[in-house]
Write a protein that binds this ligand. Structure first.
Ligand code: HEM
Length: 413
């Protein structure tokens, strides 16, 4: 993973491909994707020591075959992980495990994230969105990310987990550090970066350890209690329980912020589409699906080959890291008509915005509902929304796609 810079460099597996290492290219990587889909659909990148895969069918095949393409980074020959005792509990989660272990972990909280269970909480989520926007909307100008798209999903996931949402400045610092990618790959800078990540991971683990202990003694109606109970019944190890809390906090947070941010980036660039959504001429649901396709908050995933395998004529070896580019597959013209057009009423829309297969996003129903409620609450309070201000700054990560800030002006309603 890496953060793009204005200078443009890039030399390790942790960085974005060289072609995307400028700010502009990472804000709009789609021309490069088109070129790669056409000319080098499966290519090896010597800088990052991994395979990049761009076409829809190939991404589909990888995500559909977890036995051959594992989610466990510990199997990768090119990744130097810290010694086991120093590894973050975040490696002990459903996201980084396969097979029975993955299913056992996912099963602990699956019921909580089903669409019906999430829908029961809609009223509470609407109240959170209303509070935030009523505070922010007054002056006819706000930063969509800082004032709304960031705090909204954090408060929601904090409530579901059962931790005080006032701790959210810390959540933001921890989550951003954990998904951050280095801009400077000199030895000193990399060392400092790894120390920062290690420290964030330890602080987050300490934070949740205390919460898990408290809920084990006194359970409540929240996710930490469910996780503590599973650990108490030996269905989870201590490390797995900690990793669980960390994963849910981090996964449910920056991704949803970017879905809301990216939605407004798309809609302010297409005012006629925004008007159709505002007035209900086109469904909010299909609009959100199109944002997930057109500006996917997660652009790429990582897998490790568990055996030698051929993909589109290329020989991938056991232990090789393979990066399926969801953002490129989501614009593959062999699946999507006029893929470079943002069409709020696109149907069907079989995008990979939430992945696919056994690791398909657990939080998809929650993220969809948050985006629906958030955008509706914004449109109810603000008309003529326009993007203002300076250059956009991409989020500092090679997998997560969004903007750091998004100032808007509007007419309060
Ligand atoms: C998995 C995207 C929101 C929890 C995934 C994956 C993607 C994704 C692409 C697949 C990862 C892989 O195959 O390696 C998104 C996007 C979101 C979002 C775009 C918002 C727009 C959420 C939320 C939560 C969540 C709100 C809940 C707290 C998870 C978990 C997994 C996951 C736990 C791992 C599932 C598994 O491995 O079985 N997400 N996500 N996500 N997501 Fe999300």
């Amino acid at each position: 993973m890496s953060a793009p810079t204005d200078e443009g460099d890039g030399q390790s597996l942790e960085r974005v491909p060289r072609a995307l290492s400028t700010r502009e290219a990472w804000l709009d990587p789609f021309d490069w994707y088109a070129e790669m889909r056409e000319d080098r659909p499966v290519r090896y990148d010597d800088d990052r020591r991994c395979w990049d895969v761009f076409r829809y069918d190939d991404v589909d095949r990888i995500l559909d075959d977890p036995e051959t393409f594992s989610s466990d980074p510990r199997l990768a020959s090119a990744i130097d992980l810290p010694p086991e005792e120093e590894q973050s509990p975040i490696l002990e989660t459903m996201l980084t495990t396969d097979g029975d272990r993955h299913d056992r972990l996912r099963g602990v909280v699956e019921d909580w994230f089903r669409p019906r269970a999430i829908a029961e909480r809609a009223g509470r989520f609407e109240a959170i969105a209303a509070d935030l926007l009523d505070d922010a909307i007054d002056g006819g100008r706000m930063d969509l990310v800082d004032d709304f798209a960031y705090p909204f999903p954090v408060i929601v996931i904090a409530e579901l987990l059962g931790v005080p949402s006032e701790d959210r400045p810390q959540f933001r610092r921890w989550s951003e550090t954990l998904v951050e990618t280095p801009t400077d790959t000199s030895d000193d800078a990399m060392e400092a970066f790894q120390r920062r990540q290690q420290q964030a991971s330890e602080e987050l683990a300490d934070y949740f350890e205390a919460k898990l202990d408290a809920r084990a003694r006194e359970p409540r109606d929240d996710l930490i209690s469910v996780i503590a109970e599973a650990a108490g019944a030996d269905r989870l190890t201590g490390e797995e329980a900690l990793g669980f809390c960390m994963l849910l906090l981090v996964a449910g947070n920056i991704t949803t912020t970017n879905l809301v941010g990216n939605a407004m980036r798309c809609l302010t660039a297409h005012p006629e589409a925004m008007e159709r959504v505002r007035t209900g001429d086109v469904a909010m649901e299909s609009t959100i699906e199109e944002v997930l396709r057109y500006r996917s908050p997660v652009q790429a995933l990582a897998r490790v080959a568990t055996r030698d395998v051929e993909l589109r004529g290329m020989d991938i070896e056991e232990g090789d890291t393979v990066v399926p580019w969801l953002g490129a597959a989501n614009r593959d013209p062999s699946v999507f008509e006029s893929p470079e057009q943002f069409r709020v009423d696109r149907a069907p829309n079989p995008h990979f915005g939430f992945g696919r297969g056994t690791h398909y996003c657990l939080g998809a129903p929650l993220a969809r509902m948050e985006a629906r409620i958030g955008l509706r609450a914004l449109f109810d309070r603000a008309a003529d929304i326009r993007r203002v201000g300076e250059q956009l700054q991409p989020v500092r990560s090679a997998f997560i796609y969004g903007v750091e800030e998004f100032p808007i002006e509007f007419r309060p309603q």
